[in-house]
Design a protein around this ligand. Structure first.
Ligand code: 1HE
Length: 260
């Protein structure tokens, strides 16, 4: 395992990188070093890596913004600069070159939920719970949650969570779409690695098209989205790999779509 700047640990297994938030003594609260470390990693993943798992050490996935950093933020400009740095980092995750599977457990709160919302597939362990305690702290969302978490569960629910400070359980999070999977405690990482391996076995062009185009198409006016869909399909389907994959299916050498 390698240590990366920003209290991040990295393991690479075949084509899958496992990046772990590794500041459990502070419940993986996100300081600027970690935000910068995430940005740097996802801007340039290691050569040959086709998918990533984002995991976290200790009893909680992430306690959100490192509140100790806020004591040095006294001006609107300092605050907006801070928020924009988070935006750049989470943009590198959402619109980077590789799909990311997150594994959530314990507290997934504030900026921790914003971080998870920027990943493409989310696995929750039973212990996971979600909250947006910004109201209690005198803060607002600053890591893209207004857009990304609202897209997942609706702005009205984000508003209610922020106003009341209540938390959602892992069952509620699964029902609402905060996670795609819910598994027993201790089983999240193995599932995430398995999913990342499956994702890594797709064509790189398809994965690129899925993570780059789909959210943008979905956010477009329908006619623009349909045009973008056709252009994206022409990109994804235009590679020799597609022809090889189609031939493999037609010659009965490829796997079928069976029930999981
Ligand atoms: C922290 C942070 C943090 C823990 N910043 N230091 N986020 C919050 O409002 C969540 C605040 N944290 C908590 O509610 C709890 O820490 C937890 C429920 C996550 C975990 O509780 P617990 O009992 O396991 O741990 P702890 O004893 O509270 O924390 C262990 C240490 O981590 C302790 O430091 P120590 O030096 O006394 O050992 C805590 O102070 C420290 N710690 N969380 C700094 N967040 C881009 S805008 C995003 C806006 C937000 O994210 S708002 C939400 C902020």
């Amino acid at each position: 395992m390698d240590s990366l700047p920003g209290s991040l640990s990295l393991t690479v297994e075949d084509e899958v990188a496992i990046l772990t938030l590794s500041r459990p003594e502070k419940r993986n609260a996100l300081n600027m070093e970690t935000v910068a470390g995430l940005a740097a990693f996802f801007a340039a993943p290691p050569e040959g890596v086709k998918a990533a798992v984002l995991d976290a050490a200790g009893p909680h996935f992430c306690a959100g913004l490192d509140l100790s950093e806020m004591t040095s933020i006294h001006t609107p400009m300092a605050s907006v600069t801070h928020s924009r740095a988070w935006h750049r980092a989470f943009h590198e995750i959402e619109f980077g070159m590789i799909p990311v599977v997150s594994v959530m457990h314990g507290a997934v709160v504030g900026g921790g939920l914003e971080l998870a919302a920027s990943t493409h597939v989310r696995v929750a362990e039973a212990s996971a719970y979600y909250g947006l305690p910004e109201g209690q702290r005198g803060l607002f969302l600053g890591g893209g949650g207004s857009v990304r978490i609202s897209r997942l569960i609706g702005a009205h629910r984000v508003m209610e969570l922020m106003l009341t400070g209540r938390t959602l359980s892992s069952e509620e999070g699964l029902a609402l779409g905060l996670s795609h999977y819910r598994v027993a405690d201790g089983e999240g990482r193995a599932l995430a690695v398995d999913l990342a391996r499956r994702i890594a076995s797709n064509s790189a062009e398809s994965n690129f098209a899925i993570i780059q185009s789909l959210p943008r198409i979905a956010a477009s006016a329908p006619e623009t989205g349909l045009m973008m869909e056709s252009l994206t399909a022409s990109f994804a389907e235009g590679s020799p790999e597609t022809q090889a994959r189609l031939a493999a299916f037609l010659e009965k050498r490829a796997g079928k779509v069976t029930r999981d």
